[in-house]
Write a protein that binds this ligand. Structure first.
Ligand code: ADP
Ligand code: MG
Length: 501
């Protein structure tokens, strides 16, 4: 009996020991996995590092590329397109003007009544119309007829106080945010479609002529006086309120910048330009790349698997279309190599672009003590449940690394523009203001991104210069900016009837 009891006790003890050993092994295994996961985050952090010295190198490279892109066609990754916008709005514009903003699945029609320096925008009305998907891949005539018809309907709703002056054609500014080879302020040929549009017979055609023909077909008597993209429109919208606006930056689905260049600094091969004066240059800066950019394995894989490999490298590190996707790729590696989310990789996590930047932003801004928003997003977007608070903190850190790098690189790009214009230093006794007009969903809604961008630019230029630099959110600049440019390039400008208002 005693022997049996002893034997049982020994067996029990052995079982306890074995169980303890399993627990210890599991703990060791899980602490090894955690260490591996942390090593992945640490490596990401190191590779994404943006110390000021590096950002200055990026800024210098941007300035060099700006010079190169202006100096010769194809001389740089930066196209540096002459926009033919040489009359930015001053605030004196008067009259009724229309704008049409086509850049995605929705287009907007807008009319403004400008009342001159004192009254500014007296009245503004707009309507948003969605483009039926089948028209995005139909014929040029179908798309432009649809737009012209929507415009005609909108014009028909002009109220009593919004009629144009007698004997004047209605004038329209056209924001067309697709790659265009501009040939004058009011003409340009479509190079190629992007963003899901693919209308073959429109490529190579003058988009203003296409729109004008459609307007005639729909019995609409209107003249297109300015063709611009969203970046140039934003610059014009910013300049209308701030005479010191010298550049604009779009941070939305994609990213781009435009700035005001002295015509005397533009080489002759661009064609005849006035010797003295200003010209807006559309940089197409999303295509910038430099060996100084802190690229990671995630960026390289994202680029290789993209629709446009090797192109838009800067944009792929900065803009709203990609930031969430970079985070997803990091999480995927942690799941695969460190079983961060358990023994199997959550299937949804493998889906490209499933984690959108607004979701990333929501996680990044989660201030609840138990990171509730992070837990909800992981569950709803990636199908990941049962995360610990410690894990959720790591995910917030990854969002921070990716968003901060993006914001710092955007700040470096802006410094590049300031350097090109000689506004990164103070001339003796001068306190010339430089205002940058910014717009786009990423800048507008991702507060930590915006704060980091503004803080970093200040750090880069130093306190004294920082006092002369302002960042202004130019809301909806692309729509109203086009109407303002229609006004400032109006053929009727000389004959303006001062007494009309
Ligand atoms: P677009 O660039 O297509 O003209 P927007 O300027 O409105 O349009 O920008 C939309 C983009 O902004 C989205 O694709 C998204 O990446 C980003 N965005 C929108 N909302 C948020 C948000 N809350 N947080 C972070 N990014 C956002
Ligand atoms: Mg836009």
């Amino acid at each position: 009996m005693r022997k049996v009891a002893v034997g049982a006790a020994v067996v029990c003890a052995a079982a306890v020991c074995a169980a303890a050993a399993v627990v210890v092994r599991q703990r060791m295994k899980s602490s090894r996995k955690w260490a591996r996961a942390m090593a992945i985050v640490k490596e990401l952090d190191d590779k994404c590092g943006t110390p000021l010295g590096k950002l200055r190198q990026v800024a210098d490279a941007m300035t060099v590329e700006m010079h190169a892109g202006l100096a010769s066609e194809g001389g740089s990754k930066l196209k540096m397109i002459i926009s033919y916008v040489d009359n930015l709005p001053t605030g004196d514009e008067k009259g009724l003007f229309y704008a049409l903003d086509l850049g995605g699945t929705n287009f907007r029609v807008l009319r403004v009544k400008l009342g001159g320096r004192e009254k500014r925008v007296v009245k503004q009305e707009f309507e948003e119309v969605s483009t039926p998907p089948e028209l995005m891949t139909g014929t040029s005539a179908q798309l432009f007829d649809y737009i012209a018809e929507a415009l005609a309907k909108f014009v028909a709703t002009e109220s009593e106080d919004l009629h144009p002056e007698p004997n004047k054609q209605r004038e329209l500014g056209f924001t067309f945010s697709f790659p265009v080879k501009q040939t004058s302020i009011a003409s340009g040929t479509l190079i190629r479609w992007t963003k899901g549009f693919n209308i073959e017979d429109a490529v190579g055609k003058d988009v203003v002529q296409e729109l004008t023909k459609a307007m005639h077909r729909k019995g609409l008597d209107m003249c297109v006086t300015a063709l611009v993209n969203d970046t140039v429109g934003t610059l014009a919208g910013g300049r209308y309120y701030h005479p010191d606006v010298i550049a604009s930056v779009i941070l939305g689905t994609g990213t781009n910048a435009a700035y005001v260049e002295r015509t005397s600094a533009i080489p002759k091969w661009h064609g005849p330009l006035p010797k003295s004066g200003e010209m807006v240059i559309n940089m197409e800066w999303g295509n910038f790349r430099s060996s100084h950019l802190p690229l990671t394995e995630y960026d390289i894989a994202l680029d290789e698997e993209s629709l446009n490999p090797g192109e838009q490298i800067y944009e792929k590190m900065i803009s709203g279309m990609y930031l969430g996707e970079i985070v997803r790729r990091v999480l995927c590696k942690m799941a695969e190599e460190a079983s961060f989310f358990g023994d199997t990789v959550p299937p949804k996590l493998k889906t490209r672009f499933v984690l959108r930047t607004p979701d990333m932003s929501a996680m990044h801004h989660d201030t609840s003590p138990d990171l509730k928003v992070v837990a909800t997003k992981l569950k709803d977007v990636l199908g990941i449940t049962n995360t610990s608070l410690k894990m959720r903190k790591v995910i917030v850190e990854i969002c921070d690394i990716v968003a901060s790098r993006a914001a710092c690189l955007a700040a470096a790009g802006i410094l590049g523009i300031l350097k090109k214009l000689g506004r990164d230093t103070l001339k003796q006794g001068e306190k010339q203001k430089s205002v940058i007009a910014l717009d786009g969903g990423l800048y507008e809604h991702y507060a930590k991104f915006r704060d980091c961008l503004e803080f970093t630019l200040k750090e880069l230029v130093g306190d004294e210069v920082a006092e002369t630099i302002m960042m202004e959110h130019s809301m909806d600049g692309s729509g109203i900016g086009a109407a303002l440019l229609a006004a400032s390039h109006s053929p009727y400008l000389q004959e303006e009837d001062e007494e009309f208002y």
